[in-house]
Write a protein that binds this ligand. Structure first.
Ligand code: IFG
Length: 471
């Protein structure tokens, strides 16, 4: 019971009370708990019964916990009970239960748990390199194991537009036709995308789609000549390196706003979650006054669709954004006046300091893949900070959560995605979920070493960081 990642709020191991699964073991649940029971049953290869009589019993009971994602797990020799106020809480408890299970034995004892931050996310850059629905589902499975609950998909950039927009079909068919290095490419039809969103939702993971504008737009500009200021479409960009921030939508042309309205309407219709991410990073090719006018017209479009806006922290340079707008900080400073004043006016923020959670940074010098413009970032660097106190003028209550971006310029395959994401995402998960009182590097490093065999069993190509004594 002492190897759970992320560390729970309260754990009382009782080894003598371990539960042994037999062929007769069933898991029971009622109502909205049944899909969670089915997820657990599939993982343990047992069956589900409706009701309350299973040797493993999942119960929805608001009185059991105080946090919407909280749960209480009791493992005894005869019975395992898991109670939560919501299916998300039950699902979190199931992830803990699965980590207590090995070889048909569930370690005995009690766990009471709830998350510290609401948003515990990972971002996957689908644009620089495209990943199939099957690969993203594998990624989602691994996020769920660590109670991460947001998947931010970077769907558009200079190198690729990855989602079908029915009113502008060439965005996907032309804009999605290649990727970094040329060749490859691909895109999600709206049915593919709905399938992904539903798969993530069944694992209590919310998808945040990013349509990066007005910069990082070569794939869109290559798809429609009229989107370009001079009416001439460039080729889709297949380069990488420090070549970012060179493109811009024609923010002075009316057609750009029809384009934005159509795109945002179709993406919002595919998004059950609260947020659409508008990027707004590195708009070096957009005149500042035009950029402000662009945001002034586009932010209300998102509100009119009933959604809230997320954006890289440059979005704070916009005229009076709605208080619901969440800036995602990707800098390396521990103070930023714009962030502090956003918090002062009531906005919450998302923290992604590049030198702590940019998972496209090399673990150590000399690696074939990854960048190092924010320095090398090994597991201890990801673990070694506190989102609750990281930024001046940003108290814990203003921190919606943390998110680890994985940019894919240098990632040649999905195996590279797993090598950069794991084990560092386990550290992100602990920072996002566990109480600060449970923060302890030696404990985490020991638990991570103990977790390694589970990644081996799942066939995950995790990086054997030199900082961890892998088994
Ligand atoms: N910064 C760019 C990304 C990507 C990254 C690679 C942001 C918000 C460098 N923008 O990070 O598109 O190129 O490390």
């Amino acid at each position: 019971m002492d190897a759970i990642i992320p560390a729970p709020v309260y754990v009382k191991p009782v080894p003598a009370e371990s539960f042994t699964l037999t062929s007769a073991t069933v898991v029971s649940a009622t109502g909205a708990g049944v899909p969670v029971a089915e997820h657990l049953a599939a993982q343990l290869d047992i069956s589900v019964v409706e009701g309350t009589g299973g040797a493993i019993a999942l119960t929805l009971d608001e009185a059991a916990v105080t946090h919407p994602e909280g749960y209480r797990l009791c493992v005894g020799k005869e019975r395992v009970t898991l109670a939560a106020g919501t299916p998300a809480g039950l699902f979190a408890g199931v992830q803990t239960l699965l980590q207590l299970h090995s070889d048909r034995v569930i370690a005995g004892g009690e766990v009471r748990d709830e998350p510290r931050f609401a948003h515990r996310g990972a971002m996957l850059d689908m644009s620089r390199h495209f990943y199939t629905v099957a690969e993203v589902k594998r990624f989602v499975d691994q996020l769920a194991r660590f109670k991460l609950n947001v998947l931010h998909l970077h769907l558009t950039d200079d190198q690729g537009w990855r989602i079908e927009i029915r009113s502008w079909p060439r965005l996907a068919t032309v804009g999605g036709g290649t990727q970094v290095g040329g060749g490859g490419g691909g895109y999600y039809t709206q049915d593919d995308y709905r399938d992904l969103v539903a798969y993530a939702a069944a694992r209590h993971i919310t998808v945040v789609p990013e349509i990066d504008v007005p910069g990082h737009t070569t794939a869109a500009l290559a798809s429609y000549p009229e989107l370009n200021a001079d009416g001439v479409a460039p080729a889709v960009f297949t380069g990488r390196g420090d070549a970012t921030g060179f493109s811009s939508l024609a923010t002075g042309k009316e057609v750009t706003y029809r384009f934005m309205g159509d795109v945002l309407r179709e993406v919002a219709a595919l998004t059950p979650g609260e947020y659409l991410h508008l990027g707004t990073d590195e708009t070096h090719a957009t005149p500042e006054d035009e950029r402000l006018r662009f945001l002034d017209r586009v932010l209300p479009m998102v509100a009119d669709l009933g959604k809230s806006v997320m954006g890289w922290h440059e979005i704070l340079r916009s005229p009076d954004p709605p208080v619901s707008t969440v800036p995602q900080y990707w800098g390396r400073a521990s103070s930023d006046p714009a962030m502090a004043s956003a918090v002062a006016r009531g906005q919450r923020v998302l923290l992604s300091p590049a030198h702590r959670v940019y998972l496209d940074m090399k673990y150590e010098p000399g690696m074939e893949i990854g960048y190092d413009w924010a320095g090398c970032v090994d597991v201890a660097d990801v673990y070694g900070w506190d989102p609750g106190t990281y930024m001046e003028g940003v108290p814990e209550a203003a921190v919606l959560g943390i998110e680890a971006p994985l940019w894919s310029e240098t990632l040649r395959s999905y195996a590279d995605v797993e090598a950069m994401a794991f084990p560092r995402l386990a550290a992100v998960a602990e920072l996002g979920w566990s109480p600060r009182s449970a923060h302890d590097w030696d404990s985490f490093a020991r638990r991570l070493a103990a977790y390694g065999p589970r990644w081996d069993a799942d066939g995950v190509n995790y990086h054997r960081s030199a900082q961890i004594r892998w088994r």
